[in-house]
Write a protein that binds this ligand. Structure first.
Ligand code: ASP
Length: 355
């Protein structure tokens, strides 16, 4: 663990806050009482102490701001474009986002921004800024400090990846999952330690921070293909329920949420349906329903049958990462066989490769 200092060497850190919506900036609708997104000026008025950070802060926003349940690949492209447009002008980016789909957005952005060498920090809150008790102010200030942090030795940004700063932890974006709808520590990354711990100090786990390879230039890849889906298995699933989901020729890739270490029913209709779907050109990726651990498909006959049918192991990837990675790979125009191969390779630290 190491402490980091804000860079003041070349003046104040210059940061861009991108407000997309979410609870952090919401207010209660006067007629229904339900929380709805509000504008960014309201949010900043409620956090005057941002000024005391001494940073050069600018902002942009999605117009209109949205509840993150309405996030989709088009919105990811809009957010990503803001980062790309400001890439040379800013030292770092803080994206304010609803918690509900923040892990999907963080995963998607990590694949859309290969070669990223600056911090892209997502945060939000469980209670809106402006309420008497809330976690938004703390989360926003901390995210700004994380985005401003520099490695004292190199002068380079401490964080050079897409990460989620929430509560007391900084998590790798494409390893994160929303784990609680109520806890102020809403996010967890079950298969990867935190990148930093926030207590009295912000303590970075330096050896875990992602660093782009020296020869890899920043090369945004905004194209996404949304012809992918998620299929969730459960005991008692029948062919009449599953077949229409898999037979949809519109789908190029499917994340199959399996049991335990990547297991599924071994009934002949099930294995045959998998093989048939793969033969028709769809990539099926095995991702466990367990929040922690991953797929070891050779461990049980029930997993081995899937592998023999041609289902690709998602190893210890989250569903959010597997899904958005396929959107990215198909978006890049890769053929099914190339997508299948890349799903077991770490592109931006989203999985632990097999040794
Ligand atoms: N529904 C909200 C959203 O995701 C929840 C939140 O921000 O915590 O936009």
């Amino acid at each position: 663990m190491a402490n980091a200092k804000d860079t003041r060497r070349n003046g104040s850190p210059r940061l861009l806050i991108i407000y997309t919506g979410g609870t952090i900036g919401m207010t209660a609708d006067p007629t229904t009482g339900a929380l709805v997104p509000f504008d960014f000026a309201h949010l900043l008025q409620n956090v005057p102490k941002i000024g005391r950070l001494g940073y050069d802060i600018h902002h942009a926003q999605l117009d209109p701001p949205i509840d993150s349940s309405n996030m989709d690949p088009r919105q990811w492209q809009r957010v990503c474009q803001l980062v790309v447009d400001g890439y040379d002008d800013y030292d770092g980016f803080v994206i304010l986002h609803g918690t509900d789909t923040m892990a999907y957005t963080a995963s998607a952005l990590s694949f859309m921004l290969p070669g990223l060498a600056k911090p892209v920090i997502l945060t939000g809150s469980q209670l809106p800024i402006g309420e008497i008790r809330e976690d938004g102010t703390e989360n926003l200030i901390t995210a700004l400090q994380v985005a401003a942090a520099r490695d004292e030795a190199t002068g380079k940004p401490m964080v050079q990846e897409v990460a989620i700063s929430f509560g007391r932890f900084l998590w790798r974006g494409n390893r994160s999952t929303k784990a609680s709808s109520t806890d102020f520590g809403a996010f967890k990354s079950f298969n990867h330690p935190p990148l930093a711990k926030m207590d009295l100090h912000i303590r970075f786990n330096e050896e875990l921070l992602w660093r782009p390879a020296a020869d890899v230039a920043f090369k945004p890849a905004l194209a996404l293909d949304d012809a992918v889906g998620v299929v969730f298995l459960y005991p008692g699933i029948t062919e009449s329920v599953l077949r229409p989901q898999l037979a949809s020729t519109a789908l190029k890739g499917i994340v199959l949420r399996t049991f335990g270490a990547g297991n599924a029913p071994t009934e002949p209709w099930f294995t045959a349906l998998m093989a048939e779907t793969i033969k028709a050109g769809t990539v099926i990726v095995n991702v466990t329903q367990c929040p922690a651990g991953g797929v070891e498909e050779k461990r049980y006959a029930t997993g081995d049958a899937l592998a023999r049918a041609g289902v690709v192991s998602g190893l210890d990837m989250t569903c959010e990462a597997a899904l958005t990675k396929m959107m990215h790979l198909f978006g890049a125009g890769l053929a099914a066989s190339e997508v299948a191969r890349s799903m077991t390779t770490s592109l931006v630290g989203e999985l632990t490769p097999l040794r």
